[in-house]
Design a protein around this ligand. Structure first.
Ligand SMILES: [Fe+2]
Ligand SMILES: [Fe+2]
Length: 144
């Protein structure tokens, strides 16, 4: 366990991203299956979503480890999430969520002192930035 007590803002931000990451693991996985079954020509997006589900799982795992090191017991607070009926709406929802995660990791970085934790958060944030870019690309491609 880490020696110093982290600021309570940091803990609440970490708990919040942990919930969001778990949610994204679940939502990307569910939507990848749904796209394959229900929406024609969506294989490319389904593949991306499957990959992201795995990546969000790694993020959730790293955040959980960090919370444990800070003496917390991370537990996912499930909230229901309704999947939209069109691919554009689905992608637009993810773009919003991914952008917000990118922003929140930026906030978290302001409170992190430990150099190893800083590296972990920077890595996740970089990964979220790639998600934002890719989803933006998919969205623009599909709209045309
Ligand atoms: Fe993530
Ligand atoms: Fe992401």
């Amino acid at each position: 366990m880490k020696e110093k007590t982290p600021p309570s803002n940091l803990i609440s931000l970490l708990l919040s991203v942990f919930d969001q990451e778990c949610m994204d693991v679940f939502v990307y996985g569910r939507e990848a299956r749904l796209l394959r079954e229900k929406i024609e020509d969506s294989k490319q997006v389904a593949d991306v979503f499957e990959q992201y589900s795995q990546e969000e799982l790694r993020h959730a795992d790293r955040i959980a480890m960090m919370l444990i090191e800070y003496g917390m017991q991370p537990q996912w607070r499930y909230t229901s999430f309704e999947t939209r009926s069109s691919l554009i709406e689905i992608l637009a929802d993810h773009l919003k969520r991914e952008s917000s995660m990118y922003f929140t990791y930026g906030e978290i970085l302001k409170y992190i002192k430990d150099p190893d934790d800083k590296l972990i958060i920077e890595g996740i944030r970089e990964n979220e930035s790639q998600h934002v870019e890719k989803i933006t690309h998919l969205l623009n491609h599909i709209k045309k």
